[in-house]
Design a protein around this ligand. Structure first.
Ligand code: GLY
Ligand code: MN
Ligand code: MN
Length: 450
């Protein structure tokens, strides 16, 4: 049978959930003030703003289905709609009245096959006239950039940087969704301690955690849940598989429930049965470093400085354990910590697991190799929500590398590393709301116990 949306010249596919209107779309005061704040922050001059939601991506199997649709975050933030093909525009000459929302007209096929309803907004067919009435003006294009239009790339880049920065301070509606996502996440994590027993697989643990997320009000997971058992706990993004727990294994779970596009991002590390003294020490080093990092998350603090201070704390812990040799500051200056702590301290979280991370306005990426993995370089400010997620891992592909072994011949206790190569790793991750005073740990209610 033939189905399609002729208005958009697209084949129609079964895409459950398309055209959903978020709670936010009904909360016009929240959206209005968000748009006003963004309009004031964007360096548009006389340029028009065009933000595309994007198009669904068909599954490559002829099943008449698409990947789960996600409107581009830049569109969703300002339109509050999960609507494929939709476009939000802004004309700065018209001030607060300058925003216009265009949405495809829902077809009979979409109503019949998917139960779609018509989202609020002007028919997409009117976009051409809106643009024609403003012919000759420069255009900044954001979002998925699917509308065929001669956008100005410099204007677009400047607008993107300004919008990203404006999105960093979370408003009340966003914090409400985040708190609900955290509550659902906490329900999932609360299941874990009772499930830690030999034989339970990564996959089985994932299923139990996610089921509880959904019972707790989650609309989906914010990202693929990561579950690593034993040596897999050192695989930074470990996809859960059939590996079963054995007595003495470390078990690392990194997962977040999402509510209406807002996700938590939490990691806890556990032991199946009795942890060894070495595992306990490793856990305490990470936990101590995380607590110190959290205390450093105050307004005005530079993220890069917090990351480096945490790297020194982690390195000092490894020196105390006899895994590394030397002065922690000097080892960090030589990037030796990256063999055990190869990722950044964290990132922004909220509308998407990485949310509006990146550089402070006007900054260039830091050229230092060990800082390339940092997902942001900015000073913290009240209203930001960031993850703090230090970790220490025994990662064979890094620790077996001959070049690294030679470079850090004296700084690392290689026989001890060899002995613990299959230990896995420990990461502990919380989500913090930066305030004018001490940070609020949104995920503090999720127990930390090895
Ligand atoms: N969930 C992946 C991360 O922690 O960034
Ligand atoms: Mn995580
Ligand atoms: Mn994270």
């Amino acid at each position: 049978m033939t189905r399609g949306n002729p208005a958009r010249g697209l084949p129609e596919r079964h895409c459950p959930g398309l055209g959903k209107v978020s709670k936010l779309a009904g909360m016009n005061p929240a959206l209005d003030s968000r748009r006003a704040r963004v309009a004031a922050a964007l360096p548009l001059g006389d340029a028009l703003l065009v933000i595309d939601a994007g198009e669904p991506i068909p599954l490559p199997e002829g099943s008449d289905q698409c990947y789960s649709f996600r409107a581009h975050a830049e569109y969703y933030y300002l339109a509050g709609l999960e609507c494929p093909g939709a476009v939000l525009t802004y004309d700065p000459r018209d001030g607060a009245a300058g925003w216009a929302s265009f949405v495809p007209v829902v077809t009979e096929g979409e109503r019949v096959w998917e139960g779609r309803v018509q989202p609020p907004g002007r028919p997409l067919g009117e976009l051409a006239a809106w643009l024609a009435a403003r012919r000759g003006r420069p255009v900044a294009q954001l979002g998925a950039a699917t509308t065929h239009i001669a956008a100005d790339s410099e204007n677009s880049q400047r607008a993107r940087a300004a919008l990203t920065h404006a999105r960093r301070v979370k408003d009340a509606a966003e914090l409400d969704l985040l708190r609900r996502a955290v509550a659902a996440t906490a329900r999932g994590f609360s299941e874990i301690p009772g499930l830690l027993r030999p034989g339970l697989t990564e996959r089985a643990l994932q299923i139990e955690i996610e089921a509880e997320f959904f019972r707790g009000g989650s609309t989906r997971t914010g990202y693929h849940s990561l579950v690593g058992i034993g040596p897999h706990s050192a695989v930074l993004h470990c996809e859960p598989g059939p590996r079963p727990m054995r007595d003495g294994d470390l078990v690392l779970v990194d997962a977040g429930a999402e509510v209406d596009r807002y996700t938590a991002d939490v990691t806890r590390t556990y032991a199946c049965g009795q942890p060894s003294a070495f595992q306990r020490d490793l856990y305490q080093v990470v936990l101590g470093a995380q607590e110190r990092a959290i205390a450093r998350c105050i307004a005005g603090a530079e993220w890069k400085a917090i990351h480096l201070a945490t790297a020194v704390d982690l390195t000092a812990g490894l020196v105390a354990m006899g895994v590394m040799h030397g002065a922690p500051e000097s080892l960090v200056a030589q990037d030796a910590h990256t063999l055990f702590f190869p990722h950044g301290l964290g990132h922004m979280v909220g509308l998407g697991v990485r949310d509006a991370s990146g550089l402070a306005p006007g900054r260039k990426p830091d050229p230092r190799a060990s800082l390339r993995t940092l997902r942001m370089d900015l000073p913290l400010a009240p209203g930001y929500v960031v993850t703090v997620e230090p970790g220490l891992y025994f990662i064979p592909p890094l620790l077996n590398d001959a070049v690294r072994r030679e470079r850090y011949r004296d700084g690392i206790n290689w026989p001890l590393v060899e002995h613990h190569l299959q230990t896995g790793g420990v990461r502990i991750e919380d989500n913090l709301l930066i305030t004018a005073g001490a940070p609020e740990n949104l995920t503090a209610g999720i127990a930390k116990q090895l």
